[in-house]
Structures are given as C-alpha cells and as structure tokens.
Design a protein around this ligand. Structure first.
Ligand code: SF4
Length: 176
C-alpha cells in the first residue's frame, strides 16, 4: 500500500477561535489497516477500533486519521494545513514500510469521562436531546450513541467555547 495523495476537501475557521482553522482531506487509498500500527508507534495516539479512527495531538492541534480521510482542528493557517497533510502521508507510508517489525496495538489508551464532557454541557436538563439529564446525554456521547447536534442549547451564542470543547473531545475519540 502506498498513500499517494492527500487532497483537501474542506477548510473553515474554528467555531470559537477564528484565528485557527479546521480542515478535512481525502486519501487516495484506504489506510484503515495501518492505524493499529501507528497506534503502536505513536505513544500518545488514541485509537478507536470500533470506528477505525486514530487521533494524534500536536500541541493544541487535533489530528484525526480515518480509513479514507483526515480531520484536523486548531491548525494555525492554510500552509500549516498542507504541512500536516504531508506529515500524515509520510507517517502512513513510513509505518507501512516498517509494518513487519511492528506489533499492532488495538486498544484505546485514553478516553474522556462522562463527567469531563458534562462539564461543558449547558446543564439545563431540558430533555431537548431526548435524554432525561445532561449527564445521561454525556454518557451517550461518550459511547457514540448520541450526537452533540441534538443539544440545541449548546449552539446558542454564549456557549460557543463549550461547544468547541465538546466537539474537540468527540473528535479525539474519532466521532464526527
Ligand atoms: S438538550 Fe443539552 S441542555 Fe438539554 S438536557 Fe440535553 S444535553 Fe442537557
């Protein structure tokens, strides 16, 4: 397998910090099989076997690699976005070359708790999301059974920073 091309498909300012950008890019090949090998070699990576995603944090940047694409938050600018795309491409190709020497690792090393997610929710217990409490909603977010889009109060203007925090935690676990 050789990942020949990583092509940007989407770019926009981060919701709560317009000085940073989020972007997405598409791979020219399916690289799912290499993710557990990257998980083994990048010590602070977070791998989600269920949805085949791997997240790497580079200082404040959040880089999530899926089988067919890439999602990045908090990049500094467009030229850095291209550097990250090259970095991911090299990481995938170099790991593939060394695949026979690496023991794949399938575990998720780290996961936020429901309480950590709850901290950023509006705490209204208004049930608009379909859950009885915000804490129940946080637990469902954690297991991938709910989407932050179902919590309409967090989309109000004064909650933009909290929304960004929850979205970042979701992205770290590989959820969109
Ligand atoms: S919609 Fe949001 S604020 Fe309302 S209960 Fe659900 S998580 Fe809490």
């Amino acid at each position: 397998m050789d990942l020949e091309e990583v092509k940007m498909t989407f770019i926009q300012p981060c919701t709560a910090d317009s000085a940073r950008i989020r972007f997405k890019a598409k791979f020219s090949a399916d690289i799912s099989q290499i993710l557990p090998y990257i998980n083994s070699t990048v010590k602070d990576a977070i791998y989600n076997k269920k949805i085949q995603s791997l997240t790497i944090r580079k200082e404040f940047r959040i880089i999530t690699i899926y089988g067919n694409d890439l999602a990045v938050s908090k990049a500094v600018n467009e030229s850095e976005a291209y550097e990250i795309m090259d970095l991911v491409k090299d990481l995938v190709n170099n790991t593939y070359e060394r695949k026979d020497e690496i023991e794949p690792l399938y575990e998720m090393r780290e996961k936020p708790s429901a309480l950590e997610i709850y901290k950023y929710l509006p705490k209204l217990n208004c049930k608009k999301c379909g859950e009885v409490t915000c804490l129940a909603f946080a637990s469902k977010l954690l297991s991938g059974m709910q989407s932050i889009k179902k919590c309409s109060p967090i989309y109000e203007d004064n909650n933009q920073k909290n929304l960004e925090e929850v979205k970042n935690m979701m992205q770290i676990m590989g959820y969109e």
